[in-house]
Ligand binder design. Structure first.
Ligand code: ATP
Ligand code: LTN
Length: 336
């Protein structure tokens, strides 16, 4: 694509931490939206390894998860030809801008962040300064690229509000420097719940492996997990808040097949839970199978994957360094 054409498009940036394997909730709640948006925006997608180390990580595992995530993005339909896909630590400007923004952020602002409060409880043995300043690094990720739009889950809205405040504060103190970004909260309905506790969201860090469908799971694993999913009392296939288990399975079937809830309800009238689960299981396995196959193919060619990430980092750095140079100049760092 020509530079001029890219420049006309609005800028979108989002990121995911390489802190575990991706599950079907990530596909429906995040990546699927990114794939849909990639034609209409100049997209930057980053694997935020600097964020991941705010909690303890085992080095070999972190390296594997980072590359797995990159391969999975591509397997799910993120095109490196259309988007800039890169690893956060490869673009040193992120850490540099984060430091500068730290000096413009109040202690009180970071202390108020719900995620910090939650994570300090979860990791009470390791409440580090990085965890505290996590949202400031996220602000740097976004502001470096002058992003217009940031797709995030509901839980990240507070961090985006801080990002907007920091951008406005800096712009006010030093004249216009940063674009003030807007959040993009995905439409509801794409939230996948745990297969074992359907009132809780599906999560990569769930201790019960049967609760989560990973995108790397084999057909057999997917089928077994769905067949063993917790369902509700009664016997009717109906989408309702009183039936969180069946509703979750209906959501999965709707996403896998494109059918509406009322179509599913009609189709499965009088059908028992067992048969319904079998149908969901095979449909979901069929949906995920080509993603897993593509993932294995991409992951097998390490050289090509690293080339994509190297190109992504080069292209990201071009944008990021422009913004950082501006910032250095405005705050009074000597330019030689
Ligand atoms: P953890 O499992 O460790 O709590 P997570 O699975 O929530 O983490 P994140 O990295 O925080 O993973 O999520 C990245 C993106 O994926 C967010 O935008 C989030 O909203 C979305 N997402 C995560 N889980 C689900 C889910 N079960 N359903 C829909 N979207 C999800
Ligand atoms: N904090 C986010 C991940 C994240 C991000 C970003 C998202 C880091 N930097 C920039 C959007 C834009 C999370 O935990 N989901």
């Amino acid at each position: 694509m020509s530079e001029a054409k890219i420049d006309e498009k609005k800028i979108l940036l989002s990121g995911i931490q390489p802190s575990g394997n991706l599950h079907i909730g990530h596909l429906t709640g995040a990546i699927k939206n990114w794939v849909d948006l990639q034609d209409n925006y100049n997209c930057f997608f980053t694997i935020v390894d600097l964020h991941a180390i705010t909690v303890k990580q085992e080095p070999t595992q972190l390296r594997k998860w980072t590359l797995d995530l990159a391969a999975m993005f591509i397997a799910c339909g993120i095109s490196p030809e259309k988007c800039t896909l890169f690893i956060q630590s490869h673009v040193t400007e992120h850490a540099q801008l984060a430091w500068i923004l730290n000096c413009f952020t109040g202690m009180g602002e970071c202390s108020r962040m719900t995620q910090f409060k939650d994570k300090s409880q979860q990791h009470s043995e390791n409440i580090n300064v990085g965890l505290f300043a996590y949202p400031v690094l996220m602000a740097a990720d976004i502001l470096l690229y002058q992003a217009d739009l940031v797709p995030v889950g509901e839980d990240q809205k507070q961090h985006l509000e801080l990002t907007r405040n920091l951008a406005q504060r800096f712009n006010f103190l030093y004249s216009d420097t940063f674009k003030v970004p807007e959040p993009y909260i995905p439409p509801v309905g794409a939230r996948i719940m745990s297969l074992q506790e359907p009132t809780k969201k599906m999560s990569k860090s769930d201790e019960n492996q049967k609760a989560t469908i990973f995108l790397t799971d084999s057909d057999k694993e997917i089928i077994n997990k769905i067949k063993r999913a917790v369902t509700d009392s009664g016997s009717e296939i109906k989408f309702s808040p009183e039936k969180p288990g069946i509703s979750n399975l209906m959501t999965l079937l709707a996403l896998a097949t494109g059918k509406s809830f009322s179509q599913i309800e009609d189709e499965f009238k009088g059908v028992g839970y067992g048969e319904f689960k079998s149908e969901v299981a095979t449909s979901v396995a069929k949906w995920i199978n080509p993603i897993r196959t593509k993932f294995i193919e991409i992951r097998a060619n390490d050289k090509h994957l690293k080339e994509i990430l190297l190109n992504g980092a080069d292209s990201a750095r071009r944008q990021a360094s422009k913004t950082l140079r501006k910032v250095f100049k405005k705050i009074g760092f000597v330019q030689l």
